[in-house]
Design a binder for this molecule. Structure first.
Ligand SMILES: [Zn+2]
Length: 512
């Protein structure tokens, strides 16, 4: 998720005002601490031939790839009850694959869905549960083809059927209704709800960190349970449904447009996306040959140059974090005021800030830190945001947007107040999800380590963490152990002080 824009206000002593990034429409103040506009050297060259041989930037026919057979073994995980948001998810369920078929009727405001969920039971139990928004009505459910009794308690969808440890099951659920977004556990000004969101014109977008996928499909909505996805979307005529992964089917008839999407590497549910609207497609290509797709509102009045930096940014990130971890990358522009690193299909809002090259860079970096390796528990969301923020600051420095030393200085000046206001980044107030404490504080920490080790060793260890934990969800203990093992240094006191301490640590990395 993008950091929301922050303006430091120097009054008597230091106070900090956290403001929305909205630059138009909703009355948000226009922050003044960062220069506007795209960095000139980051503009991508348009007109590169795309991987599939289609022409490019202005072309209008998206590339469709054949689906592959999902490898369910990639999605075997160890779900755990979340320590920050325990009301969401069920650790008895290890979802392996979600096959979703979704139809959206904007005039009726009606979503009709069928979800076929292949899962592994992690223990023997008389029942299990998923999350599904209360406004959605279950019309039928079967487990391995047999009808199964469903009990609803708010968003809890309890399935009264015995399951046995390590056995695999196929659960099919038909449902429909008018989805409603979920209240977000945050005081951030760029979002107050998560999940399925309908615009004034009936278009749809979703962003759902730390939870809220359940507003549009039945799901084990916790970050420790990664799964594969096949998502088919039936959109009204002229509109297109966008989701994660590769586009594997695109058909149009008088009834509308049907698209199928396949995510063949596992994702946590907060990293899925769905956007339905009047979209045009274009693409450009990274030096590595990776085609980057852009799904933008037809006739969007903002220039695309700024978000088309994504392709060049992939090359920039690869120099530090290693090869791009997935087979596809796209960006979809929605009516949101935030930006989200949804896996292989980044979801962007529409204001100048969230369409800027540095926010695009932020979400691209997350494909490594956040998506390839995700936190297993929301107490460790700082694992995503700290490294990503340091890379964003570095990108800004190298692209003439803002000097790194200035970003570091502002963050250090604000750190104590952030700890006081939101808690330390690894023990934050659960009602303050996504405060600047989970971005700036761990970014400062990683920078201390980078300065101590030098870029070569620092990024080598940052890369090996990803390689060693590819496609998994991980904890702070694992990351601490990794850095200690790889550097041969005792770092636990250093990490603890930064991540759970009440006071901003002194500069430097203590020895021994
Ligand atoms: Zn982020």
């Amino acid at each position: 998720m993008t950091p929301h824009r922050v303006r430091a206000v120097l009054a008597s002593g230091l106070s900090l005002a956290v403001l929305a990034g909205c630059s138009g429409g909703s009355g948000g103040a226009v922050p003044t601490d960062e220069p506007q506009g795209a960095p000139s050297e980051a503009a991508p060259s348009e007109g590169n031939p795309s991987e599939g041989g289609s022409p490019t930037a202005s072309a209008s026919t998206p590339v469709v790839n054949d689906p592959v057979e999902p490898d369910l073994e990639l999605a075997v995980s160890t779900p755990c009850e979340d320590s920050v948001y325990p009301d969401v998810g069920d650790p008895r369920v290890d979802a392996l694959h979600y096959d979703l078929d979704l139809r959206w009727r904007p005039r009726a405001q009606r979503l009709t869905g069928r979800a076929v969920i292949t899962f592994r039971a992690t223990r023997t139990a008389p029942r299990f549960q998923l999350d599904l928004g209360a406004p959605l009505t279950v019309r039928g459910a079967t487990l391995d083809g047999e009808p199964v009794r469903v009990v609803r308690r708010g968003k809890d969808l309890v399935l009264r059927a015995p399951i046995a440890e390590d056995e695999r099951y196929e659960l099919a659920i038909d449902y429909d209704g008018t989805p409603e977004p979920a209240p977000a556990p945050t005081t951030r000004s760029d979002f107050s709800e998560t999940g399925f969101t309908v615009t004034r014109t009936g278009e749809v977008w979703t962003m759902q960190e730390p939870y809220g996928a359940y507003t549009w499909y039945p799901v084990n909505d916790q970050p420790s349970d990664k799964a594969l996805y096949d998502i088919t979307v039936h959109a009204p005529p002229r509109w297109t449904g966008i989701a994660n992964g590769e586009l594997t089917a695109l058909t149009t008839d008088e009834g509308g447009t049907t698209t199928s999407w396949q995510l063949d590497e596992p994702a946590s549910s907060y990293l899925t996306t769905l956007a339905i609207g009047d979209y045009e497609w274009s693409s450009n290509t990274a030096d590595s040959g990776l085609r980057v797709d852009y799904w933008t509102p037809r006739g969007m009045d903002r220039p695309l140059d700024s978000i088309k930096t994504a392709a060049a940014t992939v090359d920039w990130v690869e120099d530090r974090l290693g090869d791009y971890p997935f087979d596809s990358l796209g960006l979809v522009v929605t009516d949101s005021q935030s930006a989200m690193e949804t896996q292989t299909m980044i979801t962007l809002g529409t204001n100048d800030y969230v369409l800027s090259p540095q926010v695009v860079a932020h979400e691209v970096v997350h494909q490594w830190y956040g998506d390839q390796v995700s936190p297993s528990d929301w107490r460790d969301v700082w694992l995503n945001e700290g490294m990503t923020m340091l890379l964003q600051w570095t990108y800004e420095d190298e692209h003439g947007i803002r000097p790194l030393r200035q970003s570091l200085r502002s963050a250090r000046a604000a750190d104590q107040q952030l700890r006081d206001q939101y808690g330390p980044p690894g023990a934050y107030d659960p009602r303050q999800f996504g405060g600047s404490n989970i971005y700036w504080t761990p970014a400062l920490m990683w920078n201390e380590l980078r300065e101590e080790l030098g870029d070569d060793e620092f990024y080598a260890v940052a890369r090996s963490w990803l390689a060693d934990n590819d496609n998994t969800s991980a904890s702070r203990e694992q990351v601490y152990d990794h850095w200690e093992d790889e550097t041969g240094r005792e770092l636990s006191a250093f990490f603890d002080a930064w991540i759970t301490g009440d006071r901003t640590p002194e500069p430097g990395v203590p020895q021994g």
